[in-house]
Design a protein around this ligand. Structure first.
Ligand code: ADP
Length: 363
């Protein structure tokens, strides 16, 4: 019987538990044995009780749970080859040769490295005397499938990452709450949202809530953004608006890559426009809480597809990542998705904002 392990890694995202549930149950339904690796790559390196067999009922009710119940971690040991040798040995200990990983681009980069190194890791286990050639034989090929769990919606090749719509929903709800009090006192609010180098959350929240101005890393405002923003806000006020909302992505900067901070924006609104201005940094409320229906559905459909991809895999086919493109669940080459994501970051670094926007738009 094939043994398939599931793991959540990197930053947590709503919908990760729904992924684990779907993978565990599809694994069992396919006649295979299901395992969960606790605490991300750290659990793989620590082994033992951190890699546990999962039963059907172990994941009951997990679709609606926020965060990740099997834990996640940022693991330095896995960045080193020594840690990956130990991780490989722990997997063999449990008889596992297939891994479904739900995480961000960092986790998927680690996964791809693990798989490409796998044959040499096996050789090392034999040459160091930890395992015999005979014991290694059934484990010559590691099978890896990626699922993208991230609130940032920052991975190229997929229209939506698992968690991004839950986070967007939470941000919009928070802005609605702030809107009411801003209206009452005619105040301005600068809302800082997460997203790392990606402006998707800020842009979509700004559009959804009718923000006056939005700062995103991929498309910084004009050179004279200070004047531009103040004149737009003034104009909106003259048109009768009683409240001002400016959404600022945490990775926002100007066209010269100088950071644009919430406090810079607040000072302009206070001192230049003369508005009573407050900053609200939404923080981790954006990450927690139950997943929205879309993320539950996406996680479930993609979790099922991940197990199917494990069972279809051939030794020489590249590792897939499960994506959603134009409402269809599809498999894409994992390396390609990571490379395209890195290209967007590189385009921003060299101030090629047209390329950055094209990269985000591209499939
Ligand atoms: P995310 O998956 O959310 O992008 P990180 O970038 O923190 O989060 O990656 C999660 C974990 O994946 C890291 O703590 C590390 O254990 C592993 N990882 C990331 N990049 C690599 C890499 N190049 N090689 C090996 N492991 C990596």
């Amino acid at each position: 019987k094939k043994r398939i392990a599931v793991m959540t890694s990197g930053g947590d995202a709503p919908g990760m538990n729904a992924v684990v549930r779907a993978v565990v149950r599809q694994t069992i339904a396919s006649g295979c044995v299901s395992y969960a690796v606790y605490e991300g790559y750290q659990g793989l390196v620590d082994g033992g009780d951190m890699i546990r067999e999962m039963a059907w009922e172990d994941v009951r009710g997990w679709t609606s749970e926020g965060g990740t119940l099997i834990g996640t971690a940022r693991c330095m040991a896995f960045m080193q080859r020594e840690g990956r040798v130990t991780a490989a040995n722990n997997m063999i200990e449990k008889g596992i040769d297939a891994l479904v990983i739900c995480g961000g681009d960092g986790s998927l980069t680690g996964a791809d490295k693990f798989r490409s190194e796998w044959p040499s890791l096996m050789d090392e286990l034999v040459s160091s005397g930890k395992r015999t050639e005979e014991a290694i034989k059934p484990f010559r090929h590691l099978n890896i499938v990626g699922l993208v769990g991230s609130i940032d919606n920052d991975l190229s090749s997929t229209d939506a990452t698992i968690g991004c719509y839950s986070s967007l929903q939470r941000i919009c709800q928070a802005i609605d709450f702030i809107d009411a009090t801003a209206f009452s006192h005619q105040r301005a609010f600068v809302i800082e949202v997460m997203g790392r180098h990606c402006g998707w959350l800020a842009l979509m929240a700004g559009v959804s809530c009718g923000a006056d101005f939005i700062f995103i890393p991929e498309n910084p405002p004009s050179k004279n953004w200070e004047e531009e923003m103040c004149s737009i806000v003034r104009k909106h006020r003259q048109m009768g608006k009683r409240r001002t909302i400016v959404v600022c992505a945490e990775g926002a900067h100007d066209r010269q890559l100088n950071k644009v901070t919430s406090s810079m924006v607040k000072d302009l609104l206070s001192n230049t426009v003369g508005l009573d201005t407050r900053i609200t940094t939404l923080g981790h409320v954006q990450r927690g809480g139950p997943p929205c229906s879309y993320d539950r559905m996406l996680a479930t459909l993609q979790g099922v597809e991940a197990v199917k991809a494990v069972l279809d895999a051939k030794p020489d086919t590249p590792s897939p990542v499960i994506c959603i493109v134009e409402n269809k669940i599809v498999r894409k080459p994992m390396l390609d998705a990571i490379a395209k994501t890195k290209e967007v970051a590189a385009a921003i670094e060299r101030k090629d904002y047209d390329a950055a926007m094209r990269g985000r738009d591209a499939e």
